[in-house]
Design a protein. Sequence first.
Length: 394
Amino acid sequence: MENARATTRPAFWLMLSVILVALNLRPSMAAVGPLLSGIRGDIALSFSGAALLTMLPVMAMGLAMFFGMRIGQYLGEHRSVVVSLLVIGVATVARLFLDSATGLIVSAVFAGIGIALIQALMPALIKSRFADNVSLFMGLYVTSIMGGAAVAASFAPLVMNRTGSWRLGLAIWAALAVLALLFWSAQRAALPRLPGSATRHESFAGNRRAWLLAIFFGLGTASYTCVLAWLAPYYVELGWSEQDAGLLLGLLTAMEVVSGLATPAIANRSRDRRLVLVALLLLIVVGFCGLILSPRQPSLLWPCLLGLGIGGLFPMSLIVALDHLDNPRRAGGLTAFVQGIGYLIAGMSPLLAGMIRDRLGSFEGAWWALTAVMLLMILMVLRFDPRHYHRHFP
């Protein structure tokens, strides 16, 4: 009994630290959309230019994924996360002193690099440390990522309204990095060393299934990044205040948190994830159709459906990738590849949506395009039969 408690206690504190680290992985992007009108009122910025504040950090995340695992092996998982949190924190607090679009974009890129290094390491760490409940703990980790987005989207406009400064609304989230650093620094002894594999730096670039998983993750994340960047501005254009639009985005991300917790737990009952994935994609399709056809009535339903769909799709895309391999190091390498390619794909979506908005005067064209992408993904899901996973990664 005592041994079980001794084992459970460090596992609890490690998971709590992982949650606090995960909370830092979206506020630098999620706070931008609700504050966009304030930013554009102070800095000359088109919708296409504003898209770079979401696009470039996501692209940086994709590129950094390819060397994130190697940095983790060189520095060790613990120090790599410490360095990444410092980069995120400094990039975020620097926004207090920036007065140009270029400065904002540079800070976003550095935050994206720090985020990527953490996201490259965490799936392998979770698969190694929590091997018996990978789906549950991956859901908790990814849900915490979306929870950070929910908090930032909801409270950044409140900070701006109370202080009169959009800069403070963007920079205040550096406090989360400080909190995470304090907890993570205490977990050095509890952090496991990831087991090695026969291939030190296995390349998945020639594996067709790895590319399918990466494209699937990228297209799904494109819906997340577009909604994160443009849902609040879309409703501001419909006549909502910045604070109300931010709270609406906060509601959507809160639904993502709920789905991110519940969906992996439901899916954990079977290794075949296809039915769950199709249900999530249909929720997103209905949500986008609602935004287009009836955005005002009922205005809260569509963000809720989008949040439930996107919130479950994000962790499930990574869980399906992890399902393909049993070795934590190889599985971590695969998820790093999947996220690297996936974020490069997803990073283009806010810019394309912003260009559609500049050309057509509305975001509706972007919502229709994303609806078509979700229908394509339903066809892709049919390929994820767990009985055949062993054929793709000998």
